[in-house]
Write a protein that binds this ligand. Structure first.
Ligand SMILES: Cc1ncc(COP(=O)(O)O)c(C=O)c1O
Length: 365
């Protein structure tokens, strides 16, 4: 069997990185979304308190972990009906994104649809299953053809676009009328910049009319809790679909380690560390965004999440090179699909000191 996976796009950024590294005051690397602030003490304590773990953990997650996910959805996401039976922890969310089509039994002849400007792993997941990847700007593009699985990503990586309740409700109605499973990847939902507590979930009561049939919300604590290194995430929604995932993953040994399950539970019960981190990112964003705008850039969407989706109205690789000359590395929009070819993605995940350096370099004419 031949598997056609895309080239790993970061390799194409090597020359720009080398150039940026030559800056006398060092590189400001805003090309990746990896958290840089310390993992909150409360979560490190939860990890060490759970270090005695001689037995195998449960693939499905402990009942109290699944309960805490359900409570978090009700408290933070306007989703009151999340059934703890329809919750499962995952080893970070990237693996679930990559394996979901396979775990759901999709294969040759099936279509997996996802946004035309998107995190690349939706495409990879379709290919791993042998299904057809179908990027689309909107549902109308699909015409009469129904995918088996539709990915949403709200707030979006890379654009920061948030899908509102109305929009999500229409997507759910459309998907239900065609028997399409909707998986909504929502890992930036608490990082909103428009004054709201969080972006709407696919499981929001106003979106799904109280039924989670055919719906999955995919969530990760990597960003909001500074623990990408722990691999702590979960999926929630349709209990029958989640049961299928649990059964396959039991056979495949895809289990979240017990100490990480305890951290997940602790993190979901503590809003303070998330608010603290949100404030840090808000401060960095408040510096970086006007600096870009005063340098003549336009910022599109970017109403939530950890990125500024910026354009200088030129091909993205030219923008990348111009910034690299100033010692700033950003991700070209073409990493996320051809429709992103005139944008760059600028991450807020750098220390205050590095953000200050970027601002100084952008505003120095
Ligand atoms: C949209 C989106 N989904 C999923 C992930 C994966 O996150 P993790 O595997 O750390 O949970 C990321 C990480 O950047 C992302 O941006």
């Amino acid at each position: 069997m031949s598997l056609q996976l895309p080239d790993f796009p970061w390799d194409t950024l090597a020359a720009a990185k080398e150039l940026a590294q030559q800056h006398p005051d060092r590189i400001v690397d805003l090309s990746v979304g990896t958290p840089v602030d310390p993992t909150p003490r409360v979560l490190r304590d939860a990890l060490s308190a759970a270090s005695d773990a001689p037995g195998y953990p449960q693939v499905w997650g402990t009942p109290d972990l699944r309960e805490s996910v359900s409570t978090w959805f009700a408290r933070r996401r306007h989703a009151t009906g999340v059934d703890p039976d329809g919750v499962m922890p995952t080893v970070g969310s990237k693996e679930l994104v990559a394996w979901l089509p396979t775990l759901l039994g999709l294969g040759r002849g099936d279509t997996v649809a996802f946004p035309s400007v998107a995190y690349p792993t939706y495409d990879v997941g379709a290919r791993l299953a042998g299904a057809d990847p179908r990027p689309m700007a909107n549902l109308l593009e699909l015409g009469p053809h129904s995918p088996r699985l539709l990915w949403l990503n709200t707030p979006s990586n890379p654009t920061g676009q948030v899908l509102g309740v109305e929009h999500l409700r229409k997507v759910v109605d459309w998907a239900r009328s065609r028997g399409v499973v909707v998986a909504s990847d929502e890992c930036y939902a608490e990082l909103t910049w428009d004054g709201t507590d969080s972006a709407p979930s696919i499981l929001d009561d106003r979106v799904c009319a109280g039924s989670h049939d055919g719906l999955l919300a995919v969530y990760s604590l990597s960003k909001q809790s500074n623990l990408a290194g722990y691999r702590a995430a979960f999926v929630a929604g349709d209990a029958a679909l989640v049961d299928r995932l649990v059964q396959v993953r039991k056979h495949a040994g895809m289990i979240v380690p017990w100490p990480v399950q305890r951290v997940l539970r602790a993190a979901l019960g503590d809003d303070d560390h998330v608010q603290e981190q949100k404030k840090r990112y808000a401060a960095r964003r408040a510096l970086l965004r006007p600096a870009l705008e005063s340098a003549g850039w336009r910022i599109d969407h970017s109403e939530a999440g950890l990125y500024l989706w910026a354009t200088a109205d030129e091909p993205c690789r030219e923008t990348v090179d111009r910034l690299a000359q100033r010692g700033i590395l950003v991700a070209p929009g073409d990493f996320y699909g051809v429709a992103g070819a005139r944008h760059v993605r600028i991450a807020l995940t750098a220390t205050d000191e590095r953000i200050d350096a970027a601002v100084a370099r952008l505003t120095d004419r």
